[in-house]
Design a protein around this ligand. Structure first.
Ligand code: NZQ
Ligand code: ZN
Length: 388
């Protein structure tokens, strides 16, 4: 049975090869001053910067540039961006990049006119803005997080080794997002693979929980099947537009809140992955792939039926002659061999975690309660050891 829910997602998406043509019309709806946020320079090398600047000029905008948003954006950078947005009294924040830049833009939007410290208010206390906020729009260049169509904003505090996500209310989601799959063609293979696993992980976090029969899980299964199919084509030929466009749309649908409606969710892989990220600054998708095998084997006994359904419906493993447990385990094994196919890491030692760090990473991992087993810190220590 589906539980009660309210579904509201106000993001306007423009998708396809011509999506950037819609930016001009979107820009006309806001005042003249635009804060242009971007990362470490990929958009200058692949030409997206020049294209976006041309549209901004044609629309008569005054552009304040805010470059250098790093992967896994820090609270220090966010405070600087908030100052810049306020000093220039910008009317729109345009994020051109991946999840890091878009997450950052939402944080800047909520913080520019806020007198309180954003780390305390949004990330530690998980409050909503009580001040004026600035509209955000995005041009997506990296696929995976779903930030283009959600309220998520994940920020790292390197001093305290904490990486915390705040999911803002729908009013803080981007007003519009421009999704041109060709803009992702220049991604290095490592990032593309990490993004593909991030999508799978988002779907699994929402799917591997609960025992109800609900439509959300069937939507999740369909998205996983499409992802696996397209990922194989894209891994062999990264410039295959059809596959890359399907992956882009799957990523957006995987975390625009639709597949979690009316059901419980887990998110423990993300909590452990984020804690690893806070200590290593490793690529987000790789922090998830590195622990997923050990985590799912650990919780399998508590959710055998759903894991068996995952094996049948996502990986098409035939159930005849197998116990539920055997089938369930084969589903995890299929997931792991797909991870090897797309080229993501399967061990935390590959992303800088040493045995000595495990205690601190486990202690700083936030524990969620929606999955098949509520973990203790000792469980997390064991999972991390098994992932080394
Ligand atoms: O900085 P530049 O030079 O632009 O390079 C970036 C960056 O190094 C590069 N890149 C992006 N687009 C490119 C490109 N390189 C070549 N061609 C392109 N078209 O890719 C690198 C990674 O970019 P980043 O934005 O960090 O990746 P991603 O989209 O995976 O975002 C990761 C962040 O999002 C958070 C993660 O925790 C992490 O901080 N998440 C946000 C979520 C949300 N909003 O709901 C949920 C996720 O689970 C996740 O936690
Ligand atoms: Zn993720």
């Amino acid at each position: 049975m589906l539980g009660n829910f309210t579904f509201y997602n106000p993001v306007k998406l423009h998708f396809g090869k011509d999506a950037l043509n819609f930016l001009h019309g979107e820009l006309l709806q806001y005042g003249p001053r635009v804060l242009l946020c971007y990362g470490g320079g990929s958009i200058k090398r692949n030409g997206i910067y020049d294209k976006v600047m041309q549209v901004l000029r044609d629309a008569g905008k005054t552009v304040v540039e805010d470059p250098g948003v790093m992967p896994n954006p820090t609270i220090g950078k966010l405070r600087e961006g908030a100052r810049l947005a306020r000093e220039n009294d910008v009317d729109l924040i345009l994020a051109v990049g991946g999840g890091s830049v878009i997450d950052y833009a939402k944080g800047v939007s909520a913080s520019a006119w806020c007198e309180e410290d954003p780390w305390q208010k949004y990330y530690l206390r998980q409050e909503e803005p009580s001040c004026r906020t600035i509209p955000v729009g995005s041009v997506l260049t990296m696929v995976g997080t779903g930030s283009e169509m959600n309220g998520g904003s994940v920020i790292t505090n390197p001093e305290t080794h904490q990486k915390i996500g705040k999911v803002f209310q729908p009013g803080m989601m981007p007003r519009f997002s421009i999704l041109n799959p060709e803009f992702t063609f220049s991604l290095p293979k490592w990032q593309m693979a990490a993004g593909m696993f991030d999508i799978m992980s988002h779907l699994l976090e929402q799917y591997l929980s609960g025992t109800d029969d609900n439509t959300s899980d069937y939507i999740g299964e369909g998205l996983m099947r499409s992802l696996v199919h397209a990922s194989r084509i894209a891994s062999a030929n990264p410039l295959d537009y059809e596959a890359r466009s399907n992956i882009m749309w799957t990523a957006t649908m995987a975390l625009n809140t639709m597949t979690k409606m009316g059901k419980s969710q887990d998110w423990m892989v993300h909590m452990i992955g984020q804690s690893i990220g806070a200590f290593t600054n490793a690529t987000h998708g790789m922090t998830l792939s590195a622990v997923s095998g050990a985590y799912y084997r650990h919780i399998l006994p508590y959710g055998v039926e759903k894991f068996a359904r995952f094996a049948r419906n996502v990986w098409e493993i035939r159930p005849e002659g197998k116990t539920q447990e055997e089938l369930a385990l084969q589903g995890i094994e299929a997931l792991e061999s797909w991870m090897d196919e797309i080229g993501v890491v399967r061990h935390i030692s590959e992303i800088g975690v040493t045995e000595e760090m495990i205690g601190d990473i486990a202690a700083n991992a936030i524990i969620t309660t929606g999955g098949y087993k509520t973990l203790s810190t000792d469980d997390i220590v064991k999972i991390l050891h098994d992932s080394l």
